[in-house]
Structures are given as C-alpha cells and as structure tokens.
Design a binder for this molecule. Structure first.
Ligand code: ATP
Ligand code: MN
Length: 471
C-alpha cells in the first residue's frame, strides 16, 4: 500500500471545508489511530491507522463491535493526512463527505504481526489502546476494496457495548451538539466544595504519622471523588467515624442521620417485619458532608438503591491466617483469578489497605441475593476443593491454620466491604486502592497511602473499563 494524499486533496475544496489540507508527516514513535463517527449521506464510522506518515483509512458502515462474531465490513478509502485525526465538526453540504464528524475514539495501535506484510497481504493483526476500543483486533482483506474488521478473542471480547457512547471522546459533545455548533464541553470544571467554610476543626489531627488532618482528608475525598463516586454513589454505605483520630474511639455508623441534600435515605424492610433506615451518597457533596461528620472510612453494599435486591458488584476478600507470607497471599489471588478467567469473568484487583487484597467482579447476570451469594460461596468451595491445603471457605478461625479464608460472606444482603479509594483508619493512612493485575506482585496490601493514591490519579485508571463490562 503506497502512501499518497493526492486523492484526498483532489476530492476536497479547502476554501469550503475546514478539513485540513495536510501533508505527509514523519511517523511518530507510537502509531496513532482514530475513529470518527461520520454522519454523511450514509451514517458510518471511519477507522484510521497511522502508517507511513498518513492515516490508512476504512469506512465501516456499522462501526466496530466487541463481538467476535460481528465481522464488520470496512471499505478501504483514500489515505488521510495525520492531522485529520483531530478533525471534528461540519463538512458543508454539497462538499465531499458533507455532514458531521465526531471523534469517537483515539489512541495508539500496536501491530502484533509484521505490519508491512500485513498491509501487503491484506491481513493486519493489532492491539488498540484507545479510550473505548481495547485489546486485539484484526483487519482482513476479502475482495475489491472490502476488508473485515474483527474483534479477536481476549478479555474484552463480548464484554463492551460501544453503542452506549454517543459523545465525542475529545469534546464530550453529541453529534447533534456538534451540528448545532455547541462549544467543547470538556473544559476543566474546577469544583471546590471544600473550603475551610465548611469543615469544622479542619486542623484536627486524624493520623499522626505522617500527619493527616481532617481538612487533608476532606481534600483527599474531593480529589478522588471523580474516580471514587461511580463505585460509591447510590449504594448503601456504612462508615467509620473517628472524631478524635485513629488512636481514639471509633464508631460504626450505618443509619441515616445526616440531612445534607447529597445524602439519600433508604428504608430496607427486614425479615422480621421491621425496617432499617440506611443511607447513601447521591454525589460528592454528600460524601464531603459525611467527612465533616468525621466519617473517614466507607463500606458499601453489593447492590445499588434503585435495584436493592439485584446485586451487581461481587467482592472476594482473601483473608490470610496470621503471619502468612505475602507470596502465598498473592498466589491465592492469582488462583482465584484463574478460576474467574476460566468462567470468562473479568475481575478487578484492589488492595484492602490492610492485610490482603480484594478481587471485585462487576456482574449483573445473578439476579438476586440468593444466587449472588451462592455463586460466590461455590467459587470459594471450588478453591477449597482444588487446593485443600491452601484455602478454606469456612469462616471459622480454627479452620484457617496456614490457609487463606476466601471470604464470600460479604456478598450477602446488608453485608459490606470497603469501597475502592476509601481511606482505612489504620496507621499511615492507607487506601483500598484499585491496581492493575500486573501490579499484584509489586504492591503490598497496605502500601498505597493517601499521598500515593493522589499521585496515582494522574496515571491511567487501572479499572477504566469496570462499568463497560457486561457479564
Ligand atoms: P483486611 O485486608 O485487613 O482484612 P478488610 O477490608 O478485608 O481488610 P475488615 O476491615 O476487617 O477487612 O472488614 C471486615 C468486614 O467488616 C468487611 O466486610 C467490612 O465491610 C466490614 N466492616 C468493617 N467496618 C465496618 C463498618 N463500619 N460497618 C459495617 N461493616 C464494616
Ligand atoms: Mn480482608
């Protein structure tokens, strides 16, 4: 495939369209890709891969799909200039491609086989590192200008539904908003709820070493809220209050008593015919108002309040016997992951901020508490059966000698586990921190402290796809 922008330039009148004229550029160190949703005479997606200083391009009528069975027709079209990857807007009516262009995804691609040969022979295998498109894909030539775009089997296959996104990955606008000329929405929205206005006793020392004050904690939750709220909001919480710091008295709090508008009350009938008043956060303001009330550690239910009897977040806690080596604990986590992998269940890892790790599985296919709990118990039992010397599904401490208890009991109605990004009221201000699977052997269960957690926010979110997984 030779590289040439002549066709691209000949087709367009640059006095009329805002698309770039472009030039052949030097190849970047990393190869970029872009997908543009293009609502023209026909609605389609343009899939473009950087190669030889231009963008090799295909028009994909139905757009990409994460389902391996969907082999998506991709019509090979003229090379586009690299700068085209930033084009979003309107192509005037009557001009070539007249319509609306929205940047649906962008990122890098990595060839998995010799790409030069691949372009020549009509068989490209590559990994996409986009914000929405992930994992292994292939483009296979079939006839004339027609290729097929196929999602290869991997941990994302069949798990992500692209149709749920209808906005630009760059500007957060819908097609309609682009058409109407709305300005970019993704401006940095600087929220500042926490000021000294609001927190009483901001200088109160909660952790002594290193020194962490109540205000530091409020600011911490403010800063992590963007990452944390999706896991925390609309789930019943129970919190731990420590008004005088971690070395003084602590109180569990699970009943509604805070009238802040960011906090909701949820009444849950009990089996005995009573009812419990629980509470949940509707937004960051609710969370911060609880910090104001000296709640610093947050535990959540496995279901959300609008579907209280349909849990959707499964947590396995690996509780080691005392003095067990970290190597064995990590082996336990890997063994559990291998079982979940065998069941084609995507799982996510976090530190507990204490002695162990938590493995979290987003799941909606178990439709009530009973099947949810039984399923988790069965996983724990399976581990016990497979490796009886290493694991137990029995909660009793005397059954745990030299073993790890695979705690499935938290997956019951009204049970809780610590929320991702929650601080723990333990020495050093550790956090229950989402980490990537690759980090299992590098990061200790209580290694990530409040400051480290804040630093890690600048990196890519290791749980980025948590809410995209359908299973
Ligand atoms: P570690 O790794 O040290 O075992 P962990 O988070 O796994 O930490 P614990 O902190 O001992 O374990 O918590 C045990 C259980 O008790 C969890 O299910 C947790 O949600 C629950 N729990 C802890 N604090 C509270 C609380 N304030 N209210 C309700 N449940 C709580
Ligand atoms: Mn634990």
């Amino acid at each position: 495939m030779r590289t040439n922008l002549k066709k691209y330039q000949d087709k367009r009148n640059f006095n009329k369209t805002k698309e770039p004229i472009g030039k052949i550029e030097k190849e970047g160190k990393k190869l970029r890709f872009v997908i543009q949703h293009h609502l023209a005479r026909r609605d389609h997606y343009d899939f473009r891969l950087e190669w030889n200083g231009t963008l090799k391009s295909w028009a994909v009528p139905k757009g990409p799909s994460f389902n391996n069975q969907d082999k998506r027709l991709s019509v090979h079209v003229e090379d586009h200039p690299l700068s085209y990857r930033n084009f979003e807007g309107i192509i005037p009516k009557g001009e070539y491609g007249g319509g609306t262009v929205m940047i649906f995804d962008e990122g890098f691609w990595e060839p998995l086989e010799d790409p030069k040969k691949g372009f020549q022979n009509g068989s490209l295998k590559f990994a996409l590192k986009g914000k929405r498109l992930k994992g292994k894909w292939s483009l296979v030539y079939f006839k004339e200008n027609n290729w097929l775009l196929i999602k290869e089997k991997d941990e994302y296959e069949g798990k992500i539904d692209l149709s749920k996104w209808n906005t630009s990955i760059k500007t957060d606008r819908t097609m309609e908003e682009i058409m109407k000329g709305f300005k970019k929405k993704k401006t940095s929205k600087i929220e500042c709820i926490v000021e000294n206005i609001e927190i009483t006793h901001p200088e109160k020392i909660i952790y002594k070493c290193p020194k962490v004050t109540k205000l530091d904690i409020a600011l911490y939750y403010q800063k992590v809220s963007k990452r944390m709220m999706p896991y925390l909001e609309n789930r019943i919480v129970s919190t731990i209050r420590a008004p005088e710091g971690i070395e003084s008295e602590q109180f569990f709090k699970k009943h509604f008593d805070n009238s802040n508008s960011g906090i909701g009350k949820k009444i849950v009938p009990t089996e005995k015919g009573h009812a419990d008043d629980y509470y949940y956060f509707k937004n960051t303001e609710g969370l911060i108002s609880e910090v104001q009330q000296n709640s610093f550690e947050f535990h959540i239910w496995g279901s959300q309040v609008n579907r209280i009897n349909h849990p959707n977040m499964l947590v396995f806690d690996l509780d080691p016997d005392e003095k067990m080596s970290l190597r064995k604990i990590r082996q336990g986590v890997s063994d559990l992951k291998s079982i979940l992998d065998d069941l084609s269940l995507t799982s996510f890892l976090k530190t507990s901020g204490g002695k162990g790790y938590h493995v979290v599985v987003p799941i909606t296919s178990l439709k009530n508490w009973n099947s949810f709990k039984t399923f988790s118990q069965n996983i724990a039992k399976l581990m016990e059966t497979k490796w009886p010397a290493k694991y137990t599904s029995n909660v009793r401490k005397d059954q745990r000698k030299n073993k790890i208890f695979i705690d499935w009991i938290r997956n019951a109605k009204s049970a809780t586990s610590v929320a991702p990004y929650s601080l723990r009221l333990r020495k050093g201000a550790p956090v229950s921190m989402p980490i990537s699977w690759k980090e299992l052997n590098k990061i200790k269960p209580n290694e990530i402290k409040m400051k480290d957690a804040l630093r890690r926010l600048k990196r890519k979110d290791p749980w980025e796809h948590f809410f995209d997984i359908i299973q």
